[in-house]
Design a protein around this ligand. Structure first.
Ligand code: SF4
Ligand code: SF4
Length: 194
């Protein structure tokens, strides 16, 4: 598009009035917000800080923290090494090496021999979780992980499975219950039915 294109809509910056130029009313408004928060803490006990680590912050249910690799009923890793999560990951921080599943696992062709996530490179977007067809990878409410080196923050399969072990009671797998409507026959959209 050219700069002189007639379809371009030009917007002029608003002209500030004198009281807007001195910013005093805006500063007063800002101080009023600060005062409201001070009064909320002092009078109504509405403090939002916690005495960490003695007191633990409980994140909201949709908080996206450290990953875990889920296990199935037999204690096996649920992942089938389809690579969809690694493909969907915008930060390219998932590295999977798939291998042929043992004969005693007839329900799948592959499983991950190695599964590594760089937790420092991750942007915690949740795309891996969305992409997984078997609910094998989930982001948990864990937020207070630390490490003394970059290597410590690169989680391998064993570590990701151990996150499942420590979080499964507090955070059951989100999709273990099949929604009632999922049992209804799939309806084909009119535009796709011919
Ligand atoms: S949360 Fe996002 S950035 Fe992190 S591993 Fe998953 S897809 Fe990649
Ligand atoms: S975690 Fe899910 S999406 Fe990723 S490789 Fe395993 S099965 Fe596929």
């Amino acid at each position: 598009m050219q700069a002189d294109d007639p379809s371009l809509k030009r917007i002029e910056p608003p002209t500030l009035k004198w009281h807007e130029k001195v910013y005093v009313p805006t500063i007063i408004q800002g101080l009023a917000v600060t005062g409201r928060h001070i009064l909320g803490v002092a009078v109504a006990s509405k403090q939002v800080t916690v005495q960490y680590p003695e007191e633990q912050h409980v994140p909201s249910p949709n908080y996206r923290g450290v990953h875990r690799l889920n296990k199935d009923e037999q204690g096996r890793v649920k992942c089938v090494a389809c690579m969809l999560c690694a493909t969907a990951c915008p930060a390219h921080c998932i590295d999977i090496v798939g291998t042929t599943a043992p004969p005693e696992w007839p329900d799948r062709e592959k499983y991950p021999a190695s599964f590594v996530i760089d937790e420092l490179r991750c942007i915690y977007c949740g795309m891996c979780e969305e992409a997984c067809p078997v609910e094998a990878i989930e982001l948990t409410g864990l937020y207070d992980i630390t490490g003394l080196s970059r290597e410590e923050m690169i989680y391998d399969k064993a570590k990701l499975l151990s996150v499942y072990d420590v979080t499964r009671d507090a955070e059951p797998m989100r999709y273990t219950q099949v929604p009632a409507e999922a049992s209804a026959p799939t309806r084909i959209l009119p535009s796709l039915s011919h």
